[in-house]
Design a protein around this ligand. Structure first.
Ligand code: S3P
Length: 424
Protein backbone atom coordinates (compact mmCIF):
# COMPACT_ATOMS: atom_id res chain seq x y z
CA UNK A 1 0.00 0.00 0.00
CA UNK A 2 1.40 3.40 -0.95
CA UNK A 3 0.17 6.65 0.58
CA UNK A 4 0.03 9.75 -1.65
CA UNK A 5 -0.25 12.93 0.40
CA UNK A 6 -1.90 16.06 -0.94
CA UNK A 7 0.49 18.96 -1.28
CA UNK A 8 -0.04 22.71 -0.96
CA UNK A 9 1.82 23.60 -4.16
CA UNK A 10 3.63 21.91 -7.03
CA UNK A 11 6.31 23.33 -9.29
CA UNK A 12 9.19 22.11 -11.38
CA UNK A 13 10.34 20.37 -14.52
CA UNK A 14 9.84 16.70 -15.40
CA UNK A 15 11.39 14.58 -18.12
CA UNK A 16 9.28 11.47 -18.54
CA UNK A 17 10.93 8.22 -19.66
CA UNK A 18 11.50 7.05 -23.21
CA UNK A 19 8.36 6.20 -25.16
CA UNK A 20 7.29 2.66 -24.35
CA UNK A 21 6.09 1.94 -27.89
CA UNK A 22 9.29 3.16 -29.53
CA UNK A 23 11.39 1.33 -26.93
CA UNK A 24 9.79 -2.04 -27.69
CA UNK A 25 10.28 -1.51 -31.42
CA UNK A 26 13.89 -0.37 -31.00
CA UNK A 27 14.68 -3.57 -29.10
CA UNK A 28 12.84 -5.84 -31.55
CA UNK A 29 14.14 -4.25 -34.75
CA UNK A 30 17.69 -4.25 -33.36
CA UNK A 31 17.43 -7.95 -32.52
CA UNK A 32 16.14 -8.72 -36.02
CA UNK A 33 18.98 -6.80 -37.72
CA UNK A 34 22.40 -8.29 -38.28
CA UNK A 35 25.12 -6.53 -36.31
CA UNK A 36 25.12 -3.89 -33.59
CA UNK A 37 22.41 -1.33 -33.02
CA UNK A 38 22.53 1.28 -30.29
CA UNK A 39 19.54 2.64 -28.36
CA UNK A 40 19.57 5.92 -26.47
CA UNK A 41 16.73 6.84 -24.14
CA UNK A 42 15.27 3.33 -23.82
CA UNK A 43 12.30 3.11 -21.43
CA UNK A 44 13.36 1.51 -18.14
CA UNK A 45 9.87 -0.03 -17.77
CA UNK A 46 9.52 -3.72 -17.05
CA UNK A 47 7.41 -4.18 -20.18
CA UNK A 48 10.40 -3.25 -22.30
CA UNK A 49 12.62 -5.47 -20.13
CA UNK A 50 10.30 -8.37 -21.06
CA UNK A 51 10.75 -7.66 -24.78
CA UNK A 52 14.50 -7.39 -24.33
CA UNK A 53 14.81 -10.64 -22.35
CA UNK A 54 12.80 -12.47 -24.98
CA UNK A 55 15.07 -11.18 -27.75
CA UNK A 56 18.06 -12.49 -25.76
CA UNK A 57 16.36 -15.86 -25.45
CA UNK A 58 15.92 -15.91 -29.22
CA UNK A 59 19.60 -15.25 -29.80
CA UNK A 60 20.26 -11.48 -29.62
CA UNK A 61 22.85 -10.11 -27.20
CA UNK A 62 22.46 -6.97 -25.09
CA UNK A 63 25.06 -4.82 -23.35
CA UNK A 64 24.33 -1.69 -21.31
CA UNK A 65 26.66 1.27 -21.16
CA UNK A 66 26.09 4.63 -19.55
CA UNK A 67 22.59 5.41 -20.87
CA UNK A 68 23.12 3.48 -24.11
CA UNK A 69 21.94 -0.03 -24.84
CA UNK A 70 23.74 -2.04 -27.51
CA UNK A 71 21.84 -4.91 -29.09
CA UNK A 72 23.40 -7.28 -31.57
CA UNK A 73 21.22 -9.47 -33.73
CA UNK A 74 22.73 -12.81 -34.78
CA UNK A 75 23.94 -12.82 -38.39
CA UNK A 76 21.95 -15.98 -39.19
CA UNK A 77 18.79 -14.49 -37.62
CA UNK A 78 16.80 -15.26 -34.46
CA UNK A 79 15.86 -18.86 -33.63
CA UNK A 80 13.26 -20.57 -31.43
CA UNK A 81 13.88 -21.00 -27.70
CA UNK A 82 12.96 -24.20 -25.92
CA UNK A 83 11.90 -22.17 -22.84
CA UNK A 84 8.62 -20.23 -22.53
CA UNK A 85 8.82 -16.54 -23.49
CA UNK A 86 7.70 -14.48 -20.47
CA UNK A 87 5.74 -11.39 -21.53
CA UNK A 88 4.81 -10.29 -17.99
CA UNK A 89 2.19 -7.53 -18.01
CA UNK A 90 2.96 -6.39 -21.54
CA UNK A 91 0.36 -6.57 -24.30
CA UNK A 92 2.79 -4.91 -26.69
CA UNK A 93 5.38 -7.60 -26.03
CA UNK A 94 3.06 -10.55 -26.52
CA UNK A 95 1.45 -9.17 -29.69
CA UNK A 96 4.62 -7.95 -31.38
CA UNK A 97 6.64 -11.02 -30.40
CA UNK A 98 3.81 -13.20 -31.77
CA UNK A 99 4.45 -11.57 -35.14
CA UNK A 100 8.19 -12.22 -34.91
CA UNK A 101 8.11 -15.84 -33.71
CA UNK A 102 5.50 -16.66 -36.34
CA UNK A 103 8.38 -16.32 -38.80
CA UNK A 104 10.75 -18.62 -36.84
CA UNK A 105 10.52 -22.34 -37.51
CA UNK A 106 9.53 -24.28 -34.39
CA UNK A 107 7.19 -24.17 -31.41
CA UNK A 108 7.00 -21.09 -29.18
CA UNK A 109 5.14 -20.65 -25.91
CA UNK A 110 4.27 -17.12 -24.76
CA UNK A 111 3.17 -16.56 -21.16
CA UNK A 112 2.06 -13.56 -19.11
CA UNK A 113 0.79 -12.38 -15.73
CA UNK A 114 -2.79 -12.42 -14.42
CA UNK A 115 -3.63 -9.24 -16.32
CA UNK A 116 -2.22 -10.46 -19.64
CA UNK A 117 -3.95 -13.83 -19.46
CA UNK A 118 -7.36 -12.13 -19.76
CA UNK A 119 -6.49 -10.12 -22.88
CA UNK A 120 -7.73 -11.24 -26.29
CA UNK A 121 -5.13 -12.48 -28.77
CA UNK A 122 -7.58 -13.59 -31.46
CA UNK A 123 -6.92 -10.21 -33.06
CA UNK A 124 -3.35 -11.33 -33.84
CA UNK A 125 -4.02 -15.09 -34.09
CA UNK A 126 -6.39 -14.61 -37.05
CA UNK A 127 -4.15 -12.54 -39.36
CA UNK A 128 -1.00 -14.48 -38.40
CA UNK A 129 -2.91 -17.70 -39.13
CA UNK A 130 -3.82 -16.36 -42.57
CA UNK A 131 -0.12 -15.76 -43.17
CA UNK A 132 0.66 -19.40 -42.39
CA UNK A 133 1.58 -19.55 -38.71
CA UNK A 134 -0.58 -21.27 -36.10
CA UNK A 135 -1.43 -19.33 -32.93
CA UNK A 136 -3.53 -21.04 -30.27
CA UNK A 137 -4.59 -19.97 -26.79
CA UNK A 138 -7.45 -20.38 -24.34
CA UNK A 139 -11.08 -20.15 -25.42
CA UNK A 140 -12.68 -18.30 -28.31
CA UNK A 141 -10.78 -15.04 -27.63
CA UNK A 142 -7.47 -16.91 -27.68
CA UNK A 143 -6.21 -15.64 -24.32
CA UNK A 144 -2.63 -16.43 -23.19
CA UNK A 145 -0.68 -18.58 -22.67
CA UNK A 146 -0.15 -18.82 -26.42
CA UNK A 147 1.33 -21.68 -28.38
CA UNK A 148 2.67 -20.64 -31.74
CA UNK A 149 3.99 -22.85 -34.50
CA UNK A 150 6.13 -20.61 -36.67
CA UNK A 151 7.12 -21.08 -40.27
CA UNK A 152 9.82 -19.75 -42.58
CA UNK A 153 7.29 -19.82 -45.39
CA UNK A 154 4.70 -17.19 -44.42
CA UNK A 155 2.62 -15.52 -47.11
CA UNK A 156 2.09 -11.76 -47.25
CA UNK A 157 -1.58 -10.80 -46.79
CA UNK A 158 -3.91 -7.91 -47.30
CA UNK A 159 -5.79 -7.48 -44.01
CA UNK A 160 -8.38 -5.08 -42.62
CA UNK A 161 -7.91 -4.67 -38.86
CA UNK A 162 -11.37 -4.61 -37.28
CA UNK A 163 -10.70 -2.89 -33.95
CA UNK A 164 -8.06 -0.21 -34.67
CA UNK A 165 -4.88 -1.29 -32.86
CA UNK A 166 -1.25 -0.33 -33.30
CA UNK A 167 -0.20 -3.59 -31.68
CA UNK A 168 -2.15 -5.71 -34.16
CA UNK A 169 -0.94 -3.67 -37.14
CA UNK A 170 2.62 -4.05 -35.87
CA UNK A 171 2.38 -7.83 -35.31
CA UNK A 172 1.27 -8.26 -38.91
CA UNK A 173 3.96 -5.95 -40.30
CA UNK A 174 6.71 -7.68 -38.27
CA UNK A 175 5.59 -11.06 -39.63
CA UNK A 176 5.41 -9.49 -43.10
CA UNK A 177 9.14 -8.67 -42.96
CA UNK A 178 9.88 -12.36 -43.60
CA UNK A 179 6.82 -13.36 -45.65
CA UNK A 180 6.66 -13.98 -49.35
CA UNK A 181 5.10 -11.04 -51.18
CA UNK A 182 3.72 -7.73 -49.97
CA UNK A 183 1.77 -7.31 -46.74
CA UNK A 184 -0.93 -4.63 -46.56
CA UNK A 185 -2.78 -3.58 -43.42
CA UNK A 186 -5.87 -1.37 -43.65
CA UNK A 187 -6.92 0.46 -40.49
CA UNK A 188 -10.18 2.39 -40.19
CA UNK A 189 -8.67 4.82 -37.69
CA UNK A 190 -5.09 6.11 -37.85
CA UNK A 191 -3.22 4.50 -34.95
CA UNK A 192 0.31 5.41 -33.89
CA UNK A 193 2.91 5.01 -36.64
CA UNK A 194 5.85 3.97 -34.47
CA UNK A 195 6.39 0.67 -36.29
CA UNK A 196 6.18 2.09 -39.80
CA UNK A 197 8.38 5.09 -38.96
CA UNK A 198 11.03 2.97 -37.28
CA UNK A 199 10.98 0.29 -39.98
CA UNK A 200 11.71 3.01 -42.53
CA UNK A 201 14.69 4.13 -40.46
CA UNK A 202 15.86 0.49 -40.54
CA UNK A 203 15.77 0.60 -44.34
CA UNK A 204 12.46 -1.16 -44.91
CA UNK A 205 10.16 -0.05 -47.71
CA UNK A 206 6.81 0.79 -46.02
CA UNK A 207 4.27 2.86 -47.92
CA UNK A 208 1.37 4.59 -46.12
CA UNK A 209 -1.70 6.19 -47.64
CA UNK A 210 -4.36 8.00 -45.65
CA UNK A 211 -7.86 6.74 -46.44
CA UNK A 212 -10.68 8.75 -44.84
CA UNK A 213 -9.99 8.61 -41.07
CA UNK A 214 -7.76 5.57 -41.52
CA UNK A 215 -4.83 4.46 -43.60
CA UNK A 216 -3.39 1.60 -45.61
CA UNK A 217 0.16 0.46 -44.98
CA UNK A 218 2.06 -1.75 -47.43
CA UNK A 219 5.34 -3.40 -46.57
CA UNK A 220 7.90 -5.03 -48.86
CA UNK A 221 9.67 -7.88 -47.06
CA UNK A 222 13.33 -7.37 -46.14
CA UNK A 223 15.59 -7.76 -43.15
CA UNK A 224 15.84 -4.58 -41.04
CA UNK A 225 19.25 -2.93 -40.95
CA UNK A 226 21.08 -2.09 -37.71
CA UNK A 227 20.46 1.48 -36.60
CA UNK A 228 21.41 4.06 -33.95
CA UNK A 229 18.04 4.59 -32.25
CA UNK A 230 17.10 7.68 -30.25
CA UNK A 231 13.88 7.07 -28.37
CA UNK A 232 11.72 10.17 -27.84
CA UNK A 233 9.96 10.70 -24.47
CA UNK A 234 6.53 9.23 -23.91
CA UNK A 235 3.52 11.52 -24.51
CA UNK A 236 1.14 9.18 -22.68
CA UNK A 237 3.28 9.57 -19.54
CA UNK A 238 3.51 13.33 -20.03
CA UNK A 239 -0.30 13.43 -19.86
CA UNK A 240 -0.21 12.56 -16.13
CA UNK A 241 1.93 15.56 -15.22
CA UNK A 242 -0.03 17.87 -17.53
CA UNK A 243 -3.30 16.97 -15.83
CA UNK A 244 -1.66 17.29 -12.41
CA UNK A 245 -0.45 20.79 -13.24
CA UNK A 246 -3.89 21.82 -14.49
CA UNK A 247 -6.14 20.46 -11.76
CA UNK A 248 -3.91 21.21 -8.77
CA UNK A 249 -4.93 24.62 -7.38
CA UNK A 250 -1.34 25.93 -7.10
CA UNK A 251 0.82 24.35 -9.77
CA UNK A 252 3.22 25.22 -12.55
CA UNK A 253 4.75 22.14 -14.17
CA UNK A 254 6.86 21.78 -17.32
CA UNK A 255 7.20 18.45 -19.08
CA UNK A 256 10.17 18.66 -21.43
CA UNK A 257 10.94 17.09 -24.82
CA UNK A 258 7.65 15.27 -25.36
CA UNK A 259 7.27 13.34 -28.61
CA UNK A 260 4.91 15.29 -30.83
CA UNK A 261 3.01 13.02 -33.21
CA UNK A 262 -0.64 13.43 -34.15
CA UNK A 263 -1.76 10.01 -32.90
CA UNK A 264 -0.18 10.55 -29.48
CA UNK A 265 -0.82 14.17 -28.60
CA UNK A 266 -4.63 14.27 -28.86
CA UNK A 267 -4.92 14.69 -25.09
CA UNK A 268 -3.46 18.21 -25.45
CA UNK A 269 -6.29 19.21 -27.81
CA UNK A 270 -8.85 17.73 -25.40
CA UNK A 271 -7.42 19.58 -22.39
CA UNK A 272 -7.13 22.84 -24.32
CA UNK A 273 -10.79 22.55 -25.24
CA UNK A 274 -11.54 22.16 -21.54
CA UNK A 275 -9.99 25.60 -20.97
CA UNK A 276 -6.55 24.41 -19.83
CA UNK A 277 -3.62 26.78 -19.53
CA UNK A 278 -1.43 24.27 -21.36
CA UNK A 279 1.19 25.79 -23.61
CA UNK A 280 3.50 23.92 -25.98
CA UNK A 281 6.90 25.17 -27.04
CA UNK A 282 8.63 23.30 -29.85
CA UNK A 283 12.26 22.38 -29.30
CA UNK A 284 14.84 20.20 -31.00
CA UNK A 285 13.91 17.00 -29.17
CA UNK A 286 10.15 17.45 -29.02
CA UNK A 287 7.71 19.83 -27.44
CA UNK A 288 7.88 21.23 -23.91
CA UNK A 289 4.43 21.38 -22.31
CA UNK A 290 3.79 23.87 -19.52
CA UNK A 291 0.69 23.20 -17.42
CA UNK A 292 -0.59 25.73 -14.91
CA UNK A 293 -3.57 25.56 -12.55
CA UNK A 294 -6.74 26.12 -14.55
CA UNK A 295 -10.48 25.90 -13.95
CA UNK A 296 -11.62 23.23 -16.40
CA UNK A 297 -14.90 22.85 -18.28
CA UNK A 298 -16.50 19.54 -19.21
CA UNK A 299 -16.09 18.27 -22.76
CA UNK A 300 -17.02 15.44 -25.09
CA UNK A 301 -14.13 13.10 -25.98
CA UNK A 302 -14.34 10.58 -28.78
CA UNK A 303 -11.95 7.61 -28.80
CA UNK A 304 -10.80 8.69 -32.28
CA UNK A 305 -9.19 11.78 -30.72
CA UNK A 306 -6.94 9.67 -28.51
CA UNK A 307 -6.32 6.50 -30.59
CA UNK A 308 -5.44 3.50 -28.37
CA UNK A 309 -7.27 5.40 -25.57
CA UNK A 310 -4.25 5.24 -23.23
CA UNK A 311 -5.06 8.70 -21.88
CA UNK A 312 -8.71 7.98 -20.97
CA UNK A 313 -8.06 7.21 -17.25
CA UNK A 314 -6.13 10.44 -16.63
CA UNK A 315 -8.60 12.47 -18.72
CA UNK A 316 -11.30 11.00 -16.49
CA UNK A 317 -9.49 12.58 -13.53
CA UNK A 318 -9.43 15.89 -15.44
CA UNK A 319 -13.18 15.52 -16.11
CA UNK A 320 -13.76 14.85 -12.40
CA UNK A 321 -12.18 18.23 -11.60
CA UNK A 322 -14.07 20.06 -14.37
CA UNK A 323 -17.45 21.83 -14.18
CA UNK A 324 -20.24 20.00 -15.96
CA UNK A 325 -20.79 16.57 -17.47
CA UNK A 326 -18.03 15.12 -19.68
CA UNK A 327 -18.85 12.39 -22.18
CA UNK A 328 -16.31 9.69 -23.08
CA UNK A 329 -17.59 8.20 -26.33
CA UNK A 330 -16.87 4.94 -28.12
CA UNK A 331 -14.55 3.73 -25.38
CA UNK A 332 -15.18 -0.04 -25.68
CA UNK A 333 -11.48 -0.80 -26.28
CA UNK A 334 -10.77 0.37 -22.72
CA UNK A 335 -12.24 -2.90 -21.45
CA UNK A 336 -9.40 -4.86 -23.09
CA UNK A 337 -6.36 -3.09 -21.67
CA UNK A 338 -4.17 -4.08 -18.68
CA UNK A 339 -7.40 -3.99 -16.67
CA UNK A 340 -10.99 -3.12 -17.58
CA UNK A 341 -10.29 0.59 -17.86
CA UNK A 342 -13.90 1.34 -18.80
CA UNK A 343 -15.19 0.18 -15.41
CA UNK A 344 -11.97 1.27 -13.69
CA UNK A 345 -12.17 4.88 -14.95
CA UNK A 346 -15.76 5.14 -13.80
CA UNK A 347 -14.87 3.58 -10.43
CA UNK A 348 -12.03 6.08 -9.92
CA UNK A 349 -14.30 9.06 -10.68
CA UNK A 350 -16.89 7.61 -8.29
CA UNK A 351 -14.26 7.31 -5.55
CA UNK A 352 -13.42 10.98 -6.09
CA UNK A 353 -17.07 11.80 -5.39
CA UNK A 354 -18.46 12.17 -8.94
CA UNK A 355 -21.75 10.93 -10.30
CA UNK A 356 -20.91 8.61 -13.22
CA UNK A 357 -22.93 6.45 -15.58
CA UNK A 358 -22.60 4.60 -18.86
CA UNK A 359 -24.62 3.86 -22.00
CA UNK A 360 -23.15 1.12 -24.20
CA UNK A 361 -19.56 2.09 -24.99
CA UNK A 362 -19.96 5.67 -23.68
CA UNK A 363 -19.47 6.82 -20.11
CA UNK A 364 -20.22 10.12 -18.45
CA UNK A 365 -18.61 11.93 -15.54
CA UNK A 366 -20.26 14.80 -13.70
CA UNK A 367 -17.30 16.90 -12.56
CA UNK A 368 -16.97 18.44 -9.11
CA UNK A 369 -15.67 21.79 -10.40
CA UNK A 370 -12.24 21.48 -8.77
CA UNK A 371 -9.81 18.92 -7.36
CA UNK A 372 -10.34 20.56 -3.98
CA UNK A 373 -13.74 18.86 -3.96
CA UNK A 374 -12.21 15.37 -4.47
CA UNK A 375 -12.75 12.90 -1.63
CA UNK A 376 -9.77 11.18 -0.05
CA UNK A 377 -9.81 7.61 -1.31
CA UNK A 378 -8.25 4.16 -1.34
CA UNK A 379 -7.93 2.11 -4.53
CA UNK A 380 -6.55 -1.19 -5.77
CA UNK A 381 -4.68 -0.54 -9.03
CA UNK A 382 -5.37 -4.08 -10.29
CA UNK A 383 -2.07 -4.66 -12.16
CA UNK A 384 -2.65 -1.53 -14.23
CA UNK A 385 0.13 1.07 -14.21
CA UNK A 386 -2.17 3.77 -15.60
CA UNK A 387 -4.49 3.51 -12.59
CA UNK A 388 -1.54 3.86 -10.22
CA UNK A 389 -0.51 7.10 -11.91
CA UNK A 390 -4.06 8.44 -12.43
CA UNK A 391 -4.87 7.80 -8.76
CA UNK A 392 -1.63 9.39 -7.58
CA UNK A 393 -2.40 12.53 -9.63
CA UNK A 394 -5.91 12.72 -8.17
CA UNK A 395 -4.58 12.18 -4.63
CA UNK A 396 -1.77 14.74 -4.95
CA UNK A 397 -4.11 17.37 -6.44
CA UNK A 398 -6.99 16.60 -4.07
CA UNK A 399 -6.94 15.20 -0.57
CA UNK A 400 -4.61 12.23 -0.74
CA UNK A 401 -5.08 8.55 -1.47
CA UNK A 402 -3.86 5.06 -0.63
CA UNK A 403 -2.92 2.85 -3.59
CA UNK A 404 -2.79 -0.89 -3.28
CA UNK A 405 -0.62 -2.54 -5.95
CA UNK A 406 1.33 0.65 -6.71
CA UNK A 407 4.43 -1.41 -7.66
CA UNK A 408 2.82 -2.14 -11.00
CA UNK A 409 3.79 1.41 -12.03
CA UNK A 410 7.20 -0.13 -12.85
CA UNK A 411 5.79 -1.80 -15.92
CA UNK A 412 6.07 1.55 -17.71
CA UNK A 413 7.48 4.20 -15.35
CA UNK A 414 9.59 2.95 -12.43
CA UNK A 415 10.65 6.52 -11.48
CA UNK A 416 7.12 7.95 -11.43
CA UNK A 417 6.88 8.54 -7.67
CA UNK A 418 10.37 10.10 -7.57
CA UNK A 419 9.40 12.49 -10.36
CA UNK A 420 6.13 13.29 -8.58
CA UNK A 421 8.02 13.88 -5.33
CA UNK A 422 10.44 16.24 -7.09
CA UNK A 423 7.57 18.67 -7.77
CA UNK A 424 6.53 19.05 -4.13
C1 S3P B 1 0.71 0.23 -28.11
C2 S3P B 1 -0.53 0.24 -28.63
C3 S3P B 1 -1.70 0.60 -27.87
C4 S3P B 1 -1.44 1.07 -26.44
C5 S3P B 1 -0.26 0.47 -25.80
C6 S3P B 1 0.97 0.51 -26.69
C7 S3P B 1 1.83 -0.07 -28.99
O1 S3P B 1 -2.77 -0.23 -27.99
O2 S3P B 1 -2.55 0.90 -25.62
O3 S3P B 1 0.00 1.13 -24.58
O4 S3P B 1 2.99 0.12 -28.60
O5 S3P B 1 1.57 -0.51 -30.14
P1 S3P B 1 -3.58 -0.55 -29.33
O6 S3P B 1 -2.97 -1.80 -29.87
O7 S3P B 1 -4.97 -0.73 -28.84
O8 S3P B 1 -3.45 0.57 -30.31
Amino acid sequence: MRRVEPCPSLAGVVRVPGDKSASHRAVLLSALAAGESTIEGLSPGLDVVSSSQIMSQLGATRRDFDGVVVIEGPSQGLRASDQPLQCGNSGTTIRLVSGIVSTLEGHHRLEGDRSLTRRPMDRVAIPLGLMGSKVTGEGPRVTPPLDIVGSRHLRGIEYRVLAPSAQVKSAILLAGLYAEGLTTVHEALRTRTTTEDMMRLAGIDVASVAVDAGRSVTLTPARPAAHAWRVPTDPSQAAFFCVLGLIHPHADIEVVDVENSPERIGFVTVLSRMGADLVGRAGESGVTLRARSSPLLATEINAAEIPSVDEAPILTVAAAAASGVSAFRDMGELRLKESDRFEGSMALARLLGCRVWSEGDDYFVEGLGSADAFSPFAINAGLDHRFVMSSAVAGAAGHGCDIDGSDTVSSSYPGFFDDLGSLR
